[in-house]
Design a protein around this ligand. Structure first.
Ligand code: DSN
Length: 441
């Protein structure tokens, strides 16, 4: 018995992914092996507990799978403890709060609108509701070579609020994180320091980026972004973490289960193990290096095309375009929509000191992890960058209304008008032809 409704939608999604360019920096293409294991018989199993200490029978294979996933994570990231059970990044991060804080404790993280993450203490997230968040920001414009962070300001905030926990890591941060400087500040105030490396885990694992491990107590990550695995999460405890609290690994494990989750998703654990096997191959090193090279070339191409980038550069897999000076506040909406029309998928994003809101933001965020998986290199990045610039030219005459109530109508009209532009249809065909030259796994 086949559910043709869902089957057809899955096939349509496959076509969309093949014929378009995935430039959302948190997306990637998992290998066929990862996808196969995800739909294996492990999907049927219940394994509450940890290997050799389960609450159900029949776990001899699930135990081995989880032990292998743990071993591979520890070896790749050079840590003494890894928990591979978090369902994804947000539960992984919440488990860290459970293990290290009590409700109401002060915590500190990079503001979402400044490139951080919801779970680093944003006010609408459980992490900002059950804990007392202090948020640090970044500078909007810096000179060449400068860091986006103002470390004097971050130190001042930490000393004033004495957080129990500090987060370093973000989702829209185009530069390498200076984990060492964050480590010094955390030590000065006696806070736990957690690196959320969800975006750059693959770059760290592949040796293209420095590791936070010597400077932080805990590391969390998702497994599906630059790490190129299934959707999932990892929490790792470092030697520094065990020195601060010898029970930290146990506390993390207890926070994940039974604190927050029930049975682990064994099929997901197996797929994480497969992804980590792939990460350990020499080809992954080349992949990680190529992601960064591609991102730099894409950044240069966009700048040459007249666009403004936050930090003026990219040092990792992503770049954040500030559209305020070129197309006005809120232009991220127009940019995402018009690029969707030509088959280039990226996301609207807030910029530091965002003048509008997360729903009508003034920037777009894009990345190179997925296109690099397809085998695209510098030459292809130049083509993509030029196509983005050419396409964005068509949003020149639009300005997001300042009055909120006028926006829905205005955007509808914008969509109608761009739907009639012949050149956009031609660009869509070019992108399709180009994308099909680079197969997806
Ligand atoms: N949604 C992820 C991202 O796009 O960066 C973060 O959770």
């Amino acid at each position: 018995m086949k559910d043709s409704t869902i089957y057809n939608l899955v096939k349509k999604e496959e076509k969309r992914q093949r014929e378009g360019l995935e430039m959302i920096p948190s997306e990637n293409y998992a290998s066929t092996h990862v996808r196969a294991v995800l739909s294996s018989y492990l999907v049927n199993k219940y394994s509450e507990g940890y290997p050799k200490k389960r609450y159900y029978g029949g776990n001899e294979n699930a135990d081995e799978v989880e032990i292998i996933a743990q071993k591979r994570a520890k070896k790749i990231f050079k840590v003494p403890h890894a928990n591979v059970q978090p369902y994804s990044g947000s539960p992984a991060n919440f488990a860290v709060y459970m293990a290290t804080c009590s409700p109401g404790d002060t915590v500190m993280g990079q503001a979402l609108t400044a490139g951080g993450h919801l779970t680093h203490g944003h006010n609408v997230s459980a992490t900002g509701i059950f804990f007392k968040p202090v948020q640090y920001k970044v500078r909007r414009s810096i000179s060449k070579g400068e860091d986006l962070f103002d470390f004097d300001e971050i130190r001042k905030l930490a000393k004033e609020h004495k957080p129990k926990l500090i987060w370093v890591g973000g989702t829209a941060h185009p530069l390498i994180f200076n984990y060492k400087k964050f480590g010094i500040i955390a030590d000065e105030v006696g806070a736990y320091l957690v690196a959320d490396i969800a975006h750059v885990a693959g770059l760290i694992a592949g040796g293209a980026h420095p590791s936070p491990v010597p400077y932080v107590h805990i590391v969390t990550t998702t497994t599906h972004k630059t790490l190129r695995g299934p959707r999932g999460g990892l929490i790792m405890v470092t030697e520094k973490g065990l020195k601060k609290d010898p029970d930290l690994a146990k506390k993390i494990d207890r926070a994940v289960f039974p604190g927050l989750q029930g049975g682990p998703h064994d099929n997901q654990t197996a797929a994480i193990a497969v992804a980590l096997y792939e990460v350990a191959q020499p080809s992954f090193k080349k992949y990680a290096a190529q992601i960064v090279k591609n991102s730099k070339v894409l950044a240069e191409t966009l700048i040459e095309g007249g666009l403004t980038l936050i930090a003026g550069r990219s040092e990792n897999h992503l770049l954040l375009v500030d559209l305020t000076s070129t197309f006005g506040p809120g232009a991220g909406v127009f940019a995402q929509k018009i690029l969707d029309k030509v088959g280039i998928t990226l996301n609207k994003n807030t910029v530091p000191e965002e003048p509008m809101s997360p729903y009508y933001p003034s920037g777009v965020r894009m990345g190179t992890a997925a296109s690099t998986t397809r085998g695209m290199k510098e030459k292809e990045m130049v083509f993509i960058g030029k196509t983005i610039v050419k396409t964005l030219n068509f949003i020149k005459k639009y300005r997001m209304p300042a009055e909120k109530e006028k926006r829905t109508e205005y955007i509808k009209n914008f969509e109608n008008e761009i739907g009639k532009i012949k050149e956009l249809k031609q660009i869509r065909e070019q992108i399709k032809k180009f994308a099909l030259r680079f197969p997806i796994p």
